[in-house]
Design a protein around this ligand. Structure first.
Ligand code: FMN
Length: 304
């Protein structure tokens, strides 16, 4: 079950996704962290952030809407209070990083570079760039090149994964820009902007009015994005969107992902990632395969 995402070696291809697994520690009494391929922390910013008003979550058909507002303890408290406790576990810790200008990303990485116990950084580029009128970093290939290139120079010790926004007209272009600027892997993808309202009261079901859609509803849409990126670049891919079952994992791997991340599914069953592991081993053997890597990229690309 072991896979490599560039230079990062994982004992299996299942990681818990950013924002759905806290700082890992919150799940340690429920999940054997050492059975996972690893996990991605909640997004970390330069300063602590209190987050968005309640309600922050709302269930939708086959999915969930969230607007947490990137609440987090900030990089100083993360390094002082969370990382030392995580080092007790033999698992790969990927730190998700975000900012509101290029300098923010660089400064967070610069501080993390001096800390131990981190396998890689994952840059969340679905954030507004306040210096460019609030347009998301991830929407424009030039800005993507800028933020990834600058972060690449700051991250001299560790691999850099770039988490793409799904809301672009040509994700291949964005993936190419990130790769050329030095991305070691691409996480595909973040949530889809969406809303849910109560027509009786005329109010949104989310404090922030709009939120990000996740869960099984988005899996077919994100699977297509992975396919488009795989056609464009050879950079390792982490498939992320609606993974709930062994079939979901195998679909992403077959289209070309090296590993997957599990997000919303952990809300209904915190142990889901561990369960997927056991099921995946059986499923791979049933396919007469002895190594999950043999299945990667087996999608035919034509139905002839
Ligand atoms: C409650 C919640 C909080 C999230 N917080 C973050 C975050 O801080 N940084 C980030 O890059 N993605 C964040 N995400 C996005 C997830 O990591 C993931 O990309 C998305 O939920 C799609 O995967 P899923 O369908 O398996 O949930 C969050 C998602 C949810 C549901």
């Amino acid at each position: 079950m072991g896979v490599s995402v560039g230079a990062v070696r994982l004992r299996n291809p299942i990681l818990a996704a950013s924002g759905t697994f806290g700082y890992g520690l919150e799940f340690a009494h429920l999940v054997n962290l050492e059975r996972l391929g690893g996990f991605v922390t909640k997004g970390i910013s330069l300063e602590p952030i209190e987050g968005a008003p309640a309600p922050r979550l709302c269930e939708t058909p086959s999915g969930m809407l969230n607007a947490i507002g990137l609440q987090n303890v900030g990089v100083r408290a993360f390094i002082a209070d969370k990382l030392p406790l995580l080092q007790k576990y033999n698992t790969q810790v990927v730190v998700n990083v975000f900012g509101y200008c290029v300098e923010d990303y660089v400064e967070v990485i610069r501080r993390l570079e001096d800390a131990e116990g981190i396998a890689a950084y994952e840059l969340n580029i679905s954030c507004p760039n306040v210096k460019k009128g609030g347009m998301q970093f991830g929407n424009d290939p030039v800005t993507v090149g800028e933020v990834v290139g600058t972060a690449r120079k700051a991250a001299s010790r560790r691999p850099l994964w770039i988490k793409l926004t799904p809301l672009v007209s040509d994700i291949g272009l964005i993936a190419k820009a990130a790769t050329e600027a030095g991305a070691d892997a691409l996480t595909i993808a973040n949530t889809y902007p969406a809303m849910a309202i109560d027509f009786r009261t005329g109010r949104s079901r989310i404090g922030n009015l709009t939120g990000g859609l996740s869960g099984p509803a988005i899996k077919p849409i994100t699977l297509r994005l992975v396919y488009e990126v795989r056609k464009t670049v050879e950079t390792p891919i982490l498939g992320l969107g609606g993974v709930e079952t062994v079939q979901d994992v195998l679909d992403y791997v077959t289209v070309g992902a090296s590993a997957v991340q599990v997000g919303t599914a952990s809300f209904s069953d915190p142990k889901v990632s561990e369960g997927l592991m056991a099921g995946l081993e059986r499923a791979v053997l049933e396919l007469n395969c002895h190594n999950i890597n043999d299945l990667r990229g087996k999608f035919l690309g034509e139905n002839g």
